[in-house]
Design a protein around this ligand. Structure first.
Ligand code: KG4
Ligand code: ZN
Length: 345
């Protein structure tokens, strides 16, 4: 079964082809530069850029692999959460293909796809607890199967990546700043600018990063980080932010595992899962608890088409399909599992 995956939920247009043997090829058009001058993603610009990129990416992907459109068996597309205009650009293209090629369509939950991306190259393990940390989300899940994924907790305000990006901007770093903060933190001492671990003195599985974001932004201003003053302070502040966010994620992940003792694995996904301190801290936790840790390869942590193709392939193989009435679901609205089930392949 050859599955085309289309990702356009935010500011990356990603396409990929995957068959039963694994990933064949993928392509990505990043809009980072187009948005960088605005210090964040501009929704109107993002949807126009998706519209501009998606068809040429599709043509180039097929041509590179000597395939014609008719070779595609299933069209998978990210249906949310995300920016509505961005999602619609990918979904409209996917629906057009599905209709023209008479191939089934499957809408994929973008956040579930982040988690399942760990299965690109290895076998998935269920039941499991999963954490998605990105620029827009920080959510904890229980995973029983590719179609059986239930949210246990979420951020009540900012996402972890958003906190990194906003603090980065207060430090004069280019958007998105997560990766640069991670690099700078390697040379810093978190004790020198210590920040409190946010929102762990409670009983729930939710997160809150707006407080630590504001505290760290104020510190950055006081220290004159954006002006290059106090050169040693910037890596220390980056290390402190890294440490406090990593610890908040670990505490809540550990709590979710305590509440789900049958979990055999822990998944960590989303753009923030590229962070070295967080990866190693959560890996140590999983080892200590004697469960497997599943993290997508770094190139599949950030938004990409391969994770959509992979999740779509798993759902299509289990017999799930959407009709042309598939709806885009923007951030903030619950995503229904409204696929129809036909016979499994
Ligand atoms: O999943 P993603 O590519 O897009 C969203 O769906 O948001 O995640 C992007 C986020 C950005 O906030 C970026 O700053 C953050 O992931 N990020 C990192 C690292 N690499 C990317 N945050 C911390 N450490 C990193 N190494
Ligand atoms: Zn994402």
């Amino acid at each position: 079964m050859l599955c085309l995956g289309i990702e356009s939920s935010c500011d990356d247009t990603g396409l990929a082809l995957l068959d039963d043997g694994g990933l064949i090829d993928s392509s990505l058009a990043s809009q980072t530069e187009a948005h960088a001058i605005f210090g964040g993603v501009v929704p109107e610009l993002a949807s126009r850029e998706h519209g501009r990129h998606v068809a040429p990416l599709f043509d180039a992907l097929l041509e590179r692999n000597g395939l014609c459109p008719q070779a595609i068996d299933v069209v998978a597309v990210a249906r949310g959460p995300g920016l509505l205009g961005s999602l619609l650009a990918g979904i409209a293209f996917a629906k057009g293909l599905s209709l023209a090629l008479r191939r089934p369509l499957i809408g994929v939950n973008h956040l579930h796809a982040h988690l399942l991306a760990a299965g690109l190259g290895r076998k998935l393990v269920f039941p499991a607890i999963g954490l998605v940390a990105s620029g827009g989300h920080t959510d904890l899940y229980r995973l029983d199967s590719p179609q059986g994924i239930e949210r246990l907790g979420r951020t009540l305000d900012d996402a972890a990546g958003e906190a990194f990006d906003k603090v980065g901007s207060a430090c004069g770093l280019a958007y998105p700043a997560g990766r640069r903060i991670d690099e700078l933190a390697q040379a810093g001492d978190w004790r020198a600018q210590e920040l409190p671990v946010p929102f762990v003195k409670n009983e729930n599985l939710d997160f809150s990063f707006s407080g630590i974001k504001t505290t760290a932004m104020r510190k950055a201003e006081e220290l004159g980080c954006a002006q290059g003053a106090n050169a040693a302070a910037l890596p220390d502040l980056c290390a402190a932010l890294n440490k406090a966010v990593a610890e908040a994620l670990r505490v809540k992940a550990e709590r979710a595992l305590d509440q789900n003792p049958d979990a055999r694995a822990f998944y960590f996904a989303g753009g923030v899962a590229a962070n070295r301190m967080m990866r190693s801290g959560l890996l140590a936790m999983a080892r200590r608890r004697g469960i497997e840790m599943l993290v997508p390869e770094p190139q599949f942590c950030k938004d990409n088409g391969a994770m959509i193709a992979h999740a779509g392939h798993l759902l299509a193989r289990a017999g799930f399909r959407h009709g042309l009435d598939l709806e885009a679901i923007p951030r903030g609205r619950r995503i229904p599992f409204d696929a129809a089930r036909v016979a499994a392949n």
